[in-house]
Design a protein around this ligand. Structure first.
Ligand code: GLP
Length: 244
């Protein structure tokens, strides 16, 4: 894992956007894995700022996850988030953007179809990741098997609480989601993990200094050949203090 230390959230976002843009320029048909949450929002802003210089017409995207039971136009769905924060502002072809459909009638089939679509696209060139305080990647909470493929998950109470800030109340936070599995994420050719803020300091220390086990899903990243981490000073402030 290669770690780049930056000053703050702004610099993390800028560096991440630069990293992605370089890939988009270099690859003929880039396939980019995208994430939601607060962490990548700044990166999306920088990508939009470059829209006059860089075209997204050849880019295909796959998002990590989506809530079950929310329609695509629900303001709390990740479909809505991605349209609002990125897709509506760049020249990407909407038919090349993919998120799991959390409103599908047959959720298991939807998971299989999602896996097939990633494979047919030639797998993901760069997967953007955030990290949950409990070490989740996508919606793969602790104890998710490292061998998991795209699947339906029952969300941890801690994960629902962490996301309540986007909803009116905890009752509104869905109890299930579809998420790329850990093995699916690990098949990406490169992974770019973004971490900012002191509330993630313990998670980053655990990731860097702790063991690789399913209690902390992101720890699997140690087994990936090409992981770039961009972390700010606050997120790195716990390194060296992790208690085994
Ligand atoms: C959410 C998402 C993850 C995201 C994580 C961290 O639950 N499913 O993909 O990386 O939590 O979110 P944030 O960036 O808002 O801290």
């Amino acid at each position: 894992m290669n770690i780049t230390k930056v000053k703050d959230y702004e610099e993390m976002s800028f560096r991440a956007a630069e990293y992605l843009l370089k890939k988009i320029v270099k690859l003929k048909k880039p396939v980019i894995g995208l994430a939601t949450g607060s962490t990548p929002e700044g990166m999306y802003k920088y990508l939009i700022e470059k829209k006059e210089e860089i075209s997204f017409k050849n880019v295909t995207t796959f998002n990590l996850d989506e809530y079950v039971g929310l329609s695509k136009d629900d303001q709390n769905s990740y479909h809505f988030y991605m349209n609002d924060k990125l897709f509506n502002h760049i020249d990407i072809k909407k038919e090349n953007t993919h998120l799991p459909n959390g409103a599908a009638k047959d959720l298991k089939q939807e998971c299989r179809d999602y896996e097939d679509a990633i494979r047919e696209a030639g797998f993901i060139d760069v997967q953007i990741l955030g990290i949950g305080v409990n070490g989740h990647i996508g919606f793969n909470d602790p104890e998710t098997p490292f061998t998991s493929r795209t699947h339906v998950v029952d969300l941890d109470e801690s994960t629902r609480k962490a996301n309540v800030r986007f909803f009116q109340s905890i009752e509104e936070v869905p109890r299930q989601a579809i998420t790329m599995g850990i093995e699916t994420i690990m098949e990406s050719k490169e992974i770019l993990l973004l971490i900012s803020g002191k509330e993630k300091a313990h998670s980053l220390a655990r990731l860097i200094e702790g063991p690789v086990d399913e209690k902390f899903p992101a720890s699997i990243l140690h087994k990936h050949a090409h992981v770039e981490i961009i972390a700010d000073e606050a997120a790195l402030s716990g390194v060296g203090k992790y208690l085994h």
